[in-house]
Write a protein that binds this ligand. Structure first.
Ligand code: GRF
Length: 219
């Protein structure tokens, strides 16, 4: 619970083509009580995105807000802030959202925006490093492990402080598809864990470092 004893209100932002599997993991974890919070709004840029269809199927409040509707990117940001305020959003989770957020959103929600990335940052991140491109780059590098990273979002792509990371092996006969399939369940588990920690107010950002307060039930 957050400080007002009201469940944490979470906004999930999805991309135009996202599958919505991380969104689903978050919805499931809120429904089961693993996360002490609820998804109050799912925000997408296109109404035909698979993730948006998944959100609608789950009966979640969906809003389509596209930068194309606004004269400026900051105007888009102000519209997002109005939406988040009306839903009393305390945490924004990016799940397949591919853009840098408008500065006003990053400023207003500093250290309250999370993203999941399908590799071990700070390697294999940055503009253009998404989906297949990430896993192909990992395979080309010869790395013996990959994994997922949940990080705090700042003004750049994939550079914010790291909250949770988990590893998977890279196998000699991996294709980008088999590696992606091994990483994806780690994303779901890692993202739920990070959001659960946030909802329990156990996360503190200290420069590049994220401190996690241990409890007797920590895992
Ligand atoms: C995930 O691989 C995530 O790491 C990246 O975008 C993808 C979204 O997948 N940021 P999904 O829509 O959650 O299935």
């Amino acid at each position: 619970m957050n400080s007002q004893d009201k469940p944490l209100q979470i906004a999930v932002m999805v991309g135009g083509h996202g599958r919505g599997s991380n969104l689903q993991a978050i919805l499931d974890a809120c429904a089961s009580g693993e996360i002490a919070g609820q998804v109050s709004v799912v925000v997408g840029t296109r109404s035909d995105a698979p993730a948006i269809e998944r959100a609608r199927a789950a009966g979640t409040n969906v809003q389509i807000v596209s930068p194309k509707q606004f004269d400026s990117y900051e105007g888009y940001g102000q519209a997002l802030l109005t939406l988040f305020t009306s839903h009393e959003v305390g945490l924004i989770c990016l799940a397949g959202y591919m853009r840098i957020l408008p500065q006003c959103v990053v400023d207003t929600y500093r250290h309250r925006i999370l993203n999941v990335h399908p590799a071990l940052l700070p390697l294999f991140g940055g503009k253009g490093m998404y989906g297949e491109h990430v896993h192909r780059a990992v395979l080309a590098s010869g790395m013996k492990v990959s994994g997922c990273t949940v990080h705090v979002v700042d003004e750049e792509y994939d550079t914010g402080p790291i909250v949770v990371q988990t590893c998977v092996p890279v196998l000699e006969d991996d294709t980008w598809e088999t590696l992606a399939a091994r990483v994806l369940p780690e994303e779901h588990r890692g993202y739920v864990r990070a959001i659960r920690l946030f909802a329990q107010s156990r996360i503190t950002v200290d420069g590049r470092h994220v401190r996690i307060r241990e409890t007797s039930e920590s895992r």
